[in-house]
Design a protein around this ligand. Structure first.
Ligand SMILES: [Zn+2]
Length: 136
């Protein structure tokens, strides 16, 4: 963990503060609608299922599956030098929300859709922790 993290740093907004604070504590938190029960990601100010503003932050199990993914074979950012190829996946959490992240800890050719994964946390800098996923 250091402040000279070489990869691009996510730009955070006010609606995502609880998400990043949860990640820092190694907890994956997502939004859940108090009206219809829908879970979603990325954070927003209204439910993406019904439009309600009755929003709660809840802790996800951190378990899910690879909904879809791509393998990056080219170096698009110098921060990834030495890590190509790598996987960027859409992870469908047990709660139903889908999020973009990396699938790590497995050769890229072994990543498959519907493969069970679980979250782990990469402390990228002293102030930023990134949820990523690995095979169960
Ligand atoms: Zn709703």
């Amino acid at each position: 963990m250091s402040d000279d993290y070489a990869k691009a740093i996510p730009v955070t907004g006010p609606e995502s503060v609880p998400y990043w604070e949860g990640a820092k504590k190694h907890q994956l938190v997502i939004q859940k609608c108090g009206k219809c029960g829908h879970h979603w990601f990325p954070p927003s100010t209204v439910c993406t299922g019904c439009g309600s503003r009755d929003i709660n932050w809840v802790r996800s199990s951190g378990k899910g599956k690879v909904f879809s993914f791509v393998v990056f074979h080219r170096l698009y950012h110098k921060g990834w030098d030495g890590e190509v190829p790598y996987v960027v996946g859409i992870i469908e959490l047990e709660e139903g929300a889908r999020m973009l992240s990396n699938v790590i800890g497995i050769p890229v050719e072994d990543v498959k859709c519907d493969m069970p994964v679980e979250v782990f946390f990469e402390d990228a800098t002293d102030t930023l922790t990134l949820p990523k996923f690995k095979p169960v």
